[in-house]
Design a protein around this ligand. Sequence first.
Ligand code: ATP
Length: 257
Amino acid sequence: MSILQVSHLTKRFGGVVAAKDISMTVENGSITAVIGPNGAGKTTFFNMITGVYKPDEGEIWLGNQSLVGLKAHDISKRGIARTFQNIRLFGSMTVLENVMVGLHNHIKGGLFGILLNVPSIRREEREAQKEAYRLLEYVGLAQFLNEEAQNLSYGAQRRLELARALAAKPKVLLLDEPAAGMNPKETKELTELIYCVRKEFDVTIILIEHDMKLVMEISEHIIVLDHGEKIAEGGPLDIRSNPKVIEAYLGKNALAQ
Ligand SMILES: Nc1ncnc2c1ncn2[C@@H]1O[C@H](COP(=O)(O)OP(=O)(O)OP(=O)(O)O)[C@@H](O)[C@H]1O
């Protein structure tokens, strides 16, 4: 059963066609990678799904809900969460507070309730703290809960971003280059963590990643973009040997050699 369906998505920036007529279906509970050379349109694609950019053409469906035209905040409430290529944490807030931010979508009384000190909201806030702690334990950061986020190592900051995204209780989790800047040990741990997250949180995962070892190891389905167009899709074995993919990454001559 599919959870996310994208059809004929196109996005132009002036003369640049960043995404051109992209269609894809993501199966519920799967891990899908979106790969392609620099400038292929991967981030633009994520930005359309999450409502950062409105597509010029095309449709995006999460189950039976159409997402095109919704604000990023509403799309997040409907169940799509993401992490970013360049980590975006609140550096001077604590690790726990960063995860709490992710949980606020689910606190009914919102910020006003907290400021007005409404007892039922205070209870919700305490529950949220417990939930945030549980998520931090899950990603292995519980011992740093009172540390400022900016003091964490790079790999730990990426795991904190993941915990914050999970706090939003997403159905679909988009990870934008989760292994960027990680050393091989951290990347290996991340691979295992992504697997566990999918199972434990019953979430569908779509990731953009340049680390091909990680992509081939973890993905059930791979979509390849080049110059804004989808040039191939399939399982890791198909993609590895696809001439169009090899050409996109290594140039025309690569196949002739
Ligand atoms: N806001 C924008 N304004 C103008 N051009 C943009 C904008 N965002 C993306 N582009 C252009 O769209 C194209 C696709 O960019 P995008 O960032 O989506 O590629 P990418 O595959 O994510 O690249 P990378 O792997 O380097 O992050 C590029 O030519 C880029 O310069």
